[in-house]
Design a binder for this molecule. Sequence first.
Ligand code: LRH
Length: 496
Amino acid sequence: ENNKNFFAVDLGATSGRTIIGNIKDGKVILEEVTRFPNNLIQTHGQFYWDIYALYNEIIRGLKEVAKRGLEITSIGIDTWGVDFVFIGEDGQILRNPRAYRDPHTFSAMEDYLKNVKSKKELYDVTGIQLMNFNSIFQLYAMRRAENSALENAAKILFVPDALSWMLTGNDVCEYTIASTAELLDPRTGQLDEELLATLGLSRSKFGKMVQPGTLIGTLTAEVQEMTGLGAVPVYAVAGHDTGSAVAAVPAKDEEFAYLSSGTWSLMGIETKECIINDKSYELNFTNEGGIEGTTRFLKNICGMWLLERCRKEWSDSVPSDYPTLFGNAMKVQGFQSIINPDDKMFANPANMEEAIKEYCRMTGQHVPEGYAEVIRCIFDSLALRYRQVFTWLKEFASFDITTLHIIGGGSKNDYLNQFTANATGVNVLAGPQEGTALGNIMVQAKAVGMVKDIWEMRKIIANSLELIEYHPKDEELWDENYNKFLGICNKMEEKR
Ligand code: LRH
């Protein structure tokens, strides 16, 4: 009774993993079962994910668990946000899902805002930051293109819900992932019929709205047979990976900010109510759904994406281990080249290193040469952007932010953690790296009655690991370069 194994599926935009979480004596221990890449697929000018490959990876993870003779209490799936799968009348998937990096949404967003709803109207309903790839604009782009999968869709399921449906046969619309669509009204907790109508859709196209912790179903006979497992229950967790990550912030009280650091860096606070006003609109902050009715008031910042893309391009021509890469980046002079990591030039360029160089050329700065200078430019710039967002965040928080918790894979980046403390002037606590998987597991543990609430989850997580603390340093240097950063951002805007 006092010892249970939970199976978490955690899928990011660049890689995925299956993990076993074991909670015992007030501590949680994770064991990675499988890890695999998640690749963008480009064909005929469009970008897709391979939902079948991801499903197969889940099956592989489950088989591995069965092979080890481990009993699992339940399964939960979280993924990156906004993307979705169409299911046809015949109960089969209609085409692989479109990937949010597909540029088709850029013009769709403009078109929608000009011809359908104004920016402000949309924000007033949803409280969601305007980003071209939000599901609403993807669906609009598809409508405009007379996308035959959309036209024939009997159901639309967000990616984590689609995978749970493949495992159980039951379709739901989980609240936290649905909130990323920019179609949900956080005050009602439901998809907004009027917004859906602007896409020619109705509520019935989506599954039943459920909160994290709801039972979706049990493994189908087919999956049981394939994996060798029994009728294991699948629970809705915070299906949005960032929602799972925020649930796992090992905070002691409510006076914290978080930075969930992975392909994206999501910086924000947790609030009881949504914050939808002129200022949050101007600064484009989002109100995503969290667990236990909380709001994730945050902003997307381009995170490790820049580095991940550069590394792909460099492949074998640079050292393969992070310590060497980062160590060498720290040897070059700082702040020689500063970019705005969130400039649209970096959204999905043909060549990331070249895009970074181009930005520096356009703003009359030193053009980084070699991987060490490029990485240094990325780290300096990310920390400066973090400072900008943190400065805004402080204006919204109804409390003094005493700690910035950095969680997720990016939290093992010692240099960037220190830079972040320096830039923001606040104490940073780093860890856990596997925040998303921990949040996923804890919601399952709550669903089966093993933990009481979000604060107990956080206590167990804090108990289970060693957090690393960083104190701000070099204040003047960072002040000076922050001003430089602001100047460069302005210069770029003026050029456009
Ligand atoms: C991070 C994330 C983020 C979304 C983006 C699409 O993985 O879920 O919260 O905005 O992917």
